[in-house]
Ligand binder design. Structure first.
Ligand code: AMP
Length: 198
């Protein structure tokens, strides 16, 4: 029996983690759960959650852990996540690692791989600036981009040390064509005994 693909993808803004996360989730036929996407959909729909997080997201700061972890717990409790999932953009700090650990432990589940997508800072900034022009995201202005990258370096990068100690991190070079990068990730996952759906 192959292991259940419970995966995280971690990388700075502009690393392509959203795009690669979607591709990997498709390959394994598991849901890709992006907290950023969930928040943006709630903002667009004008839900209570959307109203709560709107200004925080616009400023590039992190939504409080309690709120974010509750969103993820609800999502992972849905039936389609029973056979695995790929989390994109969560956990984002050590508090959220702790919340996710507690959730998985309650369910007797484990993570199988934490995919670290690495790109140089200059490359991230160039990609984000392009996306700002293309998608008009309110959190993609130059000042907010720099702020989000500094939060990544300060709060999110340390979570990789925790997962590295657990032997879960697969470090992937995030520079190359989309197909090349997907292939690198799949190769690392297959080496862990995780087999994509054929
Ligand atoms: P992303 O699309 O992952 O870059 O997320 C966009 C924004 O949503 C972030 O800058 C945060 O304001 C918020 N956000 C997304 N995921 C999280 C998280 N795990 N914890 C706190 N805030 C988050």
């Amino acid at each position: 029996m192959t292991a259940t693909p419970r995966l995280l993808i971690v990388g700075p803004q502009g690393s392509g983690k959203g795009t690669q996360g979607t591709r990997i989730a498709q390959a394994f036929r598991i849901p890709a759960v992006s907290t950023g996407d969930v928040f943006r959909a709630n903002i667009a729909d004008g839900t209570e959650l959307g109203v709560q997080v709107q200004e925080i997201i616009k400023s590039g700061n992190l939504v409080p852990d309690e709120l974010t972890s509750a969103v993820v717990r609800d999502r992972l409790a849905q039936a389609d996540a029973a056979g695995g999932f790929l989390l994109d953009g969560y956990p984002r700090n050590l508090g959220q690692v702790h919340d996710l650990d507690a959730f998985l432990e309650d369910r007797g589940e484990n993570l199988e791989s934490v995919i670290e997508l690495s790109v140089p800072r200059d490359e991230s900034i160039a990609r984000l600036t392009l996306r700002a022009e293309e998608q008009g995201r309110t959190d993609d202005t130059e000042a907010v981009i720099a702020h989000r990258l500094s939060i990544y370096e300060r709060e999110t990068a340390p979570i990789l040390d925790v997962y590295r100690e657990r032997g879960l991190v697969d470090s992937i070079d995030g520079v190359g064509t989309l197909d090349e990068i997907t292939e690198r990730i799949l190769t690392a996952l297959i080496a862990r005994g995780l087999n994509p759906a054929s």
